[in-house]
Write a protein that binds this ligand. Structure first.
Ligand code: HEC
Length: 210
């Protein structure tokens, strides 16, 4: 009689342990979790943008990122080595990555560094009040566009108020960010969030205020 009870106990324990694991498990998606960190911290003009490819690396795309990764081993990955440790080498200028960001990158690499396309998550705290170039559009361009579209870089330039306005007036900007034209932007990266796209719509509707 004792053995079946023990067996039941073991099975019950396994079920409980597994269900706890499942609750805590948050899958890391490259497009949602990793590329935005790289885009924000590494892809400025002169750094790891497509045009500059500093050190031979560009981090605007998944292909670029995994070229600096040893799949399954963060400690052996150049990408992770450069940003971790007590005196991280990278980002060369600007603030070091937070421990939360480092943990995400580490986990992503250790779990196989797989690709996952970004999903448009609904952003509840999307700031769409009084949308202006300086406060809303400019930071977006710096985060997602000017690593390639800097002044003298890839046309159209998107580095200041007038250049962005001209691109909108030339009717290439909206099809690019909405992925309805021939050149979906940001090139090689995930589509802008629905919040950012909404800001762009509202800004254009308001007559593109500076
Ligand atoms: C990784 C580099 C890169 C990034 C980042 C990038 N672009 Fe581009 N963009 C290009 C290249 C290259 C082209 C030329 C078309 C092509 O070869 O795909 C282009 C073309 C364009 C065009 C012209 C499209 C046309 O129909 O003529 C627009 C507008 C544009 N990008 C807007 C943006 C915006 C807005 C962002 C940010 C949300 C952005 N791009 C981010 C590389 C980039």
């Amino acid at each position: 009689m004792k053995k079946p009870i023990l067996l039941l106990f073991v099975i019950a324990s396994i079920i409980i342990i597994n269900s706890c694991r499942r609750d805590n498990y948050q899958p890391i998606c490259y497009g949602n979790d990793i590329q935005p960190i790289l885009t924000r911290s590494c892809t400025f003009s002169g750094c790891h943008s497509v045009a500059s490819k500093s050190g031979g690396y560009e981090f605007t795309t998944y292909e670029g990122a995994i070229s600096a990764v040893t799949t399954g081993n963060a400690a052996k990955s150049e990408l992770y080595q450069a940003i971790s440790g007590s005196h991280p080498k990278m980002p060369k200028s600007g603030t070091p990555l937070t421990s939360k960001e480092l943990n995400k990158i580490k986990a992503w690499i250790n779990f196989g560094a797989e690709y996952c396309a970004a999903t448009n998550t609904v952003v509840s705290n999307c700031d769409t009040v009084n949308v202006k170039y300086d406060s809303h559009i400019k930071p977006m361009m710096i985060s997602f566009c000017t690593s390639c579209h800097f002044s003298g870089g890839q046309a159209p330039a998107l580095h200041d108020f007038n250049s962005v306005k001209s691109a909108v007036n030339a009717n290439t900007f909206l099809p690019a960010v909405k992925h309805t034209g021939p050149f979906p932007m940001p090139q090689g990266g995930p589509k802008l969030s629905s919040c950012d796209l909404r800001k762009i719509d509202l800004w254009i509707q308001a007559g593109m205020p500076q």
